[in-house]
Every structure is written in C-alpha cells, then in structure tokens.
Design a protein around this ligand. Structure first.
Ligand SMILES: Cc1cc2nc3c(=O)[nH]c(=O)nc-3n(C[C@H](O)[C@H](O)[C@H](O)COP(=O)(O)O)c2cc1C
Length: 188
C-alpha cells in the first residue's frame, strides 16, 4: 500500500458550450465518468476548469493513480498536459470526494492576484500555487448537483436522496401521522 498525490495542468481542446446547468457540458461528462470510475479504484481528488484550462488533483494508490493518469493523458479533450506534483502521500485528504468540482472561485482569483498572474494558466503554477489551489478546492463548499447515474440517485455529496425530495417525504410523513392521530381520536 503506497499512496501518492498527483496534480497536473492542461488546456481544453473542445469549443466551450454554454453551460446549461451551470457546468460546461464537456466538463460535466468528465465529472460523471470520474465519479463512476474513481470510487472503483479508490481514487479521490478535485478538478478546476477555468480560462479553458484544467487543474486536476488526484490521490490514491500509486498503481491506480498512475494508470488513471495514463488514461487521462490520452484523452483528446485536452492537450499540453503538464505534471505539476507527483509524490508520496501519508493519508488521503479528499475523503468522500471521487472528484470534487469547483467551477469558479473568488479564492482562485485571489491566488492569481497574489502571484501576479492575470489569467488562470495552471501550467505556470509553482509548488506554492499548487498547494493553495488544492486547499481552495478541498475547502470549497460548492455543490455542482451533478447526478452520478451509475450510483442511482446518490450524488457526490453522499446524500442518497436530493434534499427537496427528502423534505417532501418528511412533510408527507408528518401529515400522515397527524391524520392517523386525528382519525384515532375521532374513533375514541
Ligand atoms: C481533464 C480531464 C480529467 C479527467 N479525469 C478523470 C478522472 O478523474 N477519472 C476518470 O475515470 N476519468 C477521467 N477523465 C476521463 C478519462 O480520460 C476517460 O475518458 C474515462 O476515464 C473513460 O471512462 P469510461 O471508460 O468509463 O467511459 C478525465 C478527462 C479529462 C479530459
């Protein structure tokens, strides 16, 4: 058992499309595949897409991470792949996240400003910037509401039922119990 962490930068090759549900459709498809596959291989991490560039961070068993990275590198949806970090890791830090997605973050703009960068160009990130980027992704509370179809209705946040449906079911249960109580009292 040896864990590693890996971060890379790349440039998207697809023509950006209007994001129907808030997430660029190509990126949404990448996220769905990631959330379907990564749990099978014990891989966790995060993805940031901005300025037509990707920053991805992966953690997991060395063999699994390297194999996935090999597959990702062959993907024609991006090019100019630059490995930024690749090193041993003591324990995973993205618990519960097969692939966390942060679409746009003020914090990322702040990182860029701090390092005198006016555009998101992750291939130019040094180690410090990578670490800041990883922290921003890890600590973001954004939920992209993508459904992982292969995991039924379980979203990436681990919730089995969407909050709206869950609240509706709770309300229905309360109404039902109330009706039964009233019915019972009337029969007495
Ligand atoms: C920027 C980028 C990041 C990706 N990240 C992952 C990932 O974390 N996990 C994954 O399984 N596929 C990822 N992919 C997609 C893979 O390249 C590949 O299309 C996918 O693993 C194929 O899965 P499938 O055989 O289940 O369709 C990524 C692709 C790109 C362009």
């Amino acid at each position: 058992m040896s864990l590693i962490r890996l971060a890379y930068a790349s440039e998207a090759t697809f023509k950006p499309q209007p994001a129907a549900s808030g997430v660029e459709p190509h990126v949404a498809r990448i996220l769905l595949a990631s959330r379907r596959n990564n749990p099978k291989y014990g891989i966790v991490g995060g993805l940031y897409y901005g300025n037509h560039h990707f920053f991805q961070y992966l953690e997991g068993e060395e063999d699994q991470v390297r194999e996935l990275y090999g597959r990702i590198r062959r993907d024609e949806r991006h090019r100019n792949i630059t490995t930024l970090l690749e090193e041993p890791l003591d324990e995973v830090t993205f618990t519960d996240w097969s692939m966390k997605y942060v679409p746009q973050a003020e914090d990322v703009t702040r990182i860029l400003k701090r390092h005198d960068m006016d555009q998101f160009r992750p291939e130019l990130f040094d180690r410090a910037m990578c670490e800041e980027m990883i922290s921003v992704i890890r600590e973001s509370h954004h939920h992209d509401r993508l459904i992982n179809h292969h995991a039924g209705v379980r979203g990436e946040s681990g919730q089995v039922i969407a909050p709206g449906i869950r609240n509706g079911l709770i309300l229905a249960a309360v109404v039902l119990v109330g009706a039964l109580l009233v019915g019972g009292l009337l029969l007495l």
